[in-house]
Design a binder for this molecule. Structure first.
Ligand code: PMP
Length: 285
């Protein structure tokens, strides 16, 4: 496939990054993932706006959103991408010899855009998970206090997700100060006393693009959405629990730490929000 690297379209095997790149040495970089449905990027604009915000927080030069949108469409075309994802990464570039402080002078950032197709098997697995619901585990929060930045520094997320996989679960949910705040790569929603509850967008979570869309959809459907913490102790009395993310969409959780959530089956609120999300995807065509 073709990859965009620093202003050029190059074959995947020739898209090479220096060993002195600061993302390799310091995880000094940011990223985005955009879902492509039927060859069309979904919510590209808010993803690129968030990339720009992340860049600002790292004091990286502001990415050119219009250029990246054009690169996205060109890569989708060149790679014949139908169902899949587009991955963006911007790093502070190459800095030799290794030193923590920003390079002085005119070091250029490294800008990479990749596409990844989703196989029919992966798509079918996603559909089945959304239909039947998935299991989750809780893990202590071990990340930093700027989770609002979509940084490539993902070690705690990687370790949490691996724990979930090893325990046969789909996602690990971080618990901070007694509240279940979000997943290792997703946001969390609960239905508690008939209301939808999700952690407020602050420095402790990534404000997901899917999260924002689902909150809008829920309010349009007449649900009350409260942006507040879900107490760990409330998990056994919530009616429903679900995740949102660009790739998972609206993913019902039917068990946490081996205990059923609500009735133990996918609930009506998750179903309604899955349908609303799918309507938006269909409207792309
Ligand atoms: N939280 C974290 C920690 C994530 O990594 C992600 C996915 N990148 C999300 C939430 C969901 O964000 P989005 O809806 O933009 O995919």
């Amino acid at each position: 496939s073709t990859v965009y690297l620093n202003g050029e379209f190059v074959p995947h095997e020739r898209a090479l990054i220096s060993v002195e790149d600061r993302a390799f040495l310091f995880a000094d970089g940011i990223y985005e993932v955009v879902r492509v449905y039927g060859g069309r990027p979904f919510d590209l604009e808010p993803h690129l706006a968030r990339l720009s915000r992340s860049a600002g927080e790292l004091r990286l030069p502001e990415p050119d959103g219009e250029h990246l949108a054009a690169v996205t469409r060109e890569l989708i075309r060149r790679n014949g991408l139908d169902e899949g994802t587009v991955y963006f990464q911007i790093t502070r570039g190459v800095h030799a010899p290794r030193a923590h402080a920003f390079p002085t002078g005119t070091a250029a950032p490294t800008v990479v855009v990749l596409t990844h197709p989703l196989s029919p098997e992966a798509l079918a697995a996603g559909e089945q998970h959304r239909r039947e619901g998935v299991a989750a585990i809780t893990v202590p929060e071990q990340r930093w206090a700027r989770c609002d930045i979509k940084s490539v520094s993902l070690l705690p997320n990687v370790l949490a997700k691996q724990q979930a996989v090893e325990r046969g679960a789909y996602e690990a949910l971080f618990v901070r100060d007694g509240f279940v705040i979000e997943g290792s790569s997703s946001n969390l929603f609960a239905v508690l006393d008939g209301e939808i509850v999700t952690y407020p967008a602050c420095n402790y979570i990534l404000n997901g693009i899917a999260r924002q869309r689902v909150i809008r959809n829920a309010r349009e459907l007449g649900y009350t959405v409260r942006e507040q913490g879900i107490p760990l102790g409330a998990l056994d009395r919530c009616q429903e629990l679900f995740l949102t993310s660009t790739t998972s969409e609206v993913m019902p959780i039917v068990a946490v730490d081996g205990k059923p959530v609500g009735s133990g089956a996918v609930g009506p609120v998750a179903r309604a929000l899955q349908a609303a999300y799918r309507d938006a995807v269909r409207a792309l065509r």
